[in-house]
Design a protein around this ligand. Sequence first.
Ligand code: SF4
Ligand code: SF4
Ligand code: SF4
Length: 310
Amino acid sequence: MQLKRRSFFKLAAVGAVTAVTTPCTVKAWESKAPQDSYGCLVDISRCIGCRKCEQACNAVNELPTAARSFDDLTVLDEKRRPDATKFTVVNRYNTGRIDDKGLLVADFVKVQCMHCQDPACVSACITGAMSKHSNGAVHYDASKCIGCRCCMVACPFEIPAYEYHNPITPKVMKCTFCETLQREQNKPPACATICPTEAITFGKRNTLLNLAKKRLHDNPGRYVKHIYGEKEVGGTSWLYLSKVPFAKLGFIKLPFNPLPRLTETLQHSLFSYLWSPALLFTLLGGVMYRSHKKQSAHQPDNTQQPGGAL
Ligand code: SF4
Ligand code: SF4
Ligand code: SF4
């Protein structure tokens, strides 16, 4: 049976009304954050900017030999970012802070992947090359990567870097959370082990949060009352304590909601509506209606049926 054009448009209109009035059954977004994962607490007030963590990271990940020695502290004169050749960097900030002896002192901030609890990079990766492991690590699997670099765009901390210099098998590069060391040798991340001042503490994320809260409680006035990473973007595996407001140390102010909550809800809503037969029918009707109008405008109307029926 052939569907007449007018009947089709009527049905399309019914489809539109149905699509708009039928409640859409979009599943509520659910966090995939592991409950008993590991993390690191960085106490910025303990960091002396020695760059030993950078050196250990370079060695354990077999990264290219650094152009300048890790003993060379003049690199701290510039602000640096992790990139394809270094998974962590330490930056110096002169904020005018005065220490207990009345001396002007700098603060040093170690930067690496935060291993977010609900990572935007994982949500953005359509091939599953980025995944959140139950131990807390956000893992990159080069064998699944198609080089689209959506993870780089999605990351609110601008962490993933791309090996542009590698023309054969370029990869996304970022801190691995020393997952191999943890899994195969039952050791903490190399940067945490090497730190001479114990500025980095490795442990269960919940235990680290309690430790951070205890330090805040036991040392009134020593720290700003904020554990960076406890709530930012839904929480991160790496947590920070500081004497100086985080905004003065290069930390960006981020919402507490996990970013995938918004992006995935939008995606799911869109797909849910698009897969609705009613809406598909409506869209199809719209396309046909437009093309019919275009045709009518350019052609003499010789399709009139007796009585004006189509
Ligand atoms: S910091 Fe960026 S790369 Fe690391 S887990 Fe979070 S979103 Fe992913
Ligand atoms: S956890 Fe491992 S890979 Fe990440 S910064 Fe520390 S040493 Fe580097
Ligand atoms: S090894 Fe420890 S003290 Fe030295 S720069 Fe890294 S975090 Fe700071």
